[in-house]
Design a protein around this ligand. Sequence first.
Ligand SMILES: [Zn+2]
Ligand SMILES: [Zn+2]
Length: 245
Amino acid sequence: MFYKYETHLHTAEVSKCAKSTAVEMVRGHYEAGYAGIIVTDHFINPDSEQWKGLSWEEQVSNFTRGYEIAKAEGDRIGLDVFFGFEYSNRPLGEDYLTYNIGKQFLLDHPEIVNLSIEEYCKLIRGVGGFISQAHPYREAWYIKSPASPKIHLVDAIEVNNGSSDDPDNFNYKAWELARANPQLIRTSGTDIHQLDHELSGLGVSGMAFKYKLRDIRHFIEALRAGDGYLIIDGKVTDREGNIVE
Ligand SMILES: [Zn+2]
Ligand SMILES: [Zn+2]
């Protein structure tokens, strides 16, 4: 018996590239038997129209809306909803999934959007945050640099990303990187933007645990304890990718 959690999820309220709303995401994952989701919308980007002309407080409250709507619906129907985000190393386009950082910390740190990735990772991890480098070898129009994973800056890497459109290549390289650096924790996430997407739809990826998680801090404690199983193509696997359920 496993408790399943989506670790990489976008809501249409906040992520302009997403199609499903926070409420749809919550209901879908509940019906699919997940115990919880971590909402990881794309972080505030001061270069984008979406955030221009707003005070920092307004930006943060717009940014956390997707999570807050999801949380309210999750509380109502019985799905755990935790907060996270996907921070981009502008202008390179590399993405960093960030967990165990709350809204108040964001309100207190408006400089966060303009830090170098080295400064960002140091700040976040210094206050107990946890960072998994998302899809470290993805190639896409918005990623400017040839892939250069910053493994010395992060806690984990996303070895399995459900929405890599060339998974045999991109995820394969991520696995190779993880095997060469056994100190890195391995995470899996769908990067879901739309429930009925043919590739990265509901239930493709995520993490599974043999116990229920209390909160986002418990999530990273469980990962650090080595208690996380990877969900790959809808199957629960061990940290080597061998199917266990
Ligand atoms: Zn997106
Ligand atoms: Zn994403």
